[in-house]
Design a protein. Structure first.
Length: 260
């Protein structure tokens, strides 16, 4: 009975974690370039049940009764990397990526200046004339003259992206976006502000960047709402199991062995 209670509680814990992931997906359904997550659940390893040993063909063996499942646990959280729809905005500082790849941004952190990666191309020009993210992080480009990876300076000009990925500033081909890609997307880690942290980025590959568009979140709000309702029903079922087992244990403690 105690094992049954434990099994039901592990179900509640994993369902709560899955609900948190779904809630975050729904909250970011309108976040530019956001990629939804999926939390997978798996069972604890089955335990073999046996009672007293028995003699069989001259050998002492366990009298196997069967297997007992001890509940569920969190397996892993995976990001869904499907392409989001590119919506036209006609804004010169909006950019979207078609296919694989990320924009590279430079961010000041407590540990120093770090580079992160994002699919969110909703950029703006700050008061110093640099292209930045909504949170003020510098968007990096490769300087066509020097080959250096550096913050993109726009000044008071309108940037213009050509078909070859060259960013023209005041009519001069000045930058290419310092786009990055990764062999293993599972190695990427979300760090907040729609940014990812990754190891061994590849800056040499071809990444298709378009101007005047923004990539929508790939979250399917209808699917997420259905998943949320399924989680709620499962949660209610596990709660009822816990309540029933608790009442049974209480009755056993108060009535079994009572003097009549």
């Amino acid at each position: 009975m105690i094992r049954g209670l434990y099994t039901a509680v592990t179900g509640l814990v994993t369902l709560e974690a899955k609900q948190d992931v779904i809630t975050n997906n729904i909250a970011n359904a309108n976040t530019t370039g956001f990629k939804g997550d999926n939390l997978s659940i798996k069972s604890f390893e089955d335990v073999l049940l046996a009672n007293k040993e028995k003699l069989a063909n001259g050998n002492v063996v366990k009298n196997t009764l069967g297997k007992l499942n001890l509940g569920a646990k969190i397996d892993e959280t995976n990001t869904l990397w499907t392409q989001g729809t590119l919506n036209e905005t006609e804004k010169k500082t909006d950019f979207g990526i078609q296919g694989s790849g990320f924009f590279t941004v430079r961010k000041n952190t407590a540990e120093g200046v770090k580079e992160y990666y994002t699919r969110d191309g909703n950029f703006r020009v700050n008061t110093q004339g640099y292209l930045v993210t909504n949170t003020g992080d510098s968007v990096l480009g490769v300087n066509n003259a020097t080959g250096a990876r550096e913050p993109i300076y726009i000044g008071n000009n309108e940037p213009q992206l050509d078909a070859n990925g060259n960013l023209f500033i005041n009519g001069v081909s000045t930058y290419k976006f310092a786009t990055a890609d990764f062999e293993d997307y599972n190695s990427l880690k979300k760090v907040g502000d729609n940014l990812y942290e990754g190891q061994n980025p590849n800056y040499g590959g071809e990444v298709s960047v378009q101007q005047g568009v923004l990539e929508k979140s790939n979250v399917n709000i209808i699917n997420e709402m259905v998943n949320m309702m399924t989680i709620m029903r499962s949660f209610e079922t596990n709660q009822k199991v816990v309540q029933t087992l608790d009442e049974t244990l209480g009755k056993a403690a108060s009535e079994i062995g009572a003097v009549r």
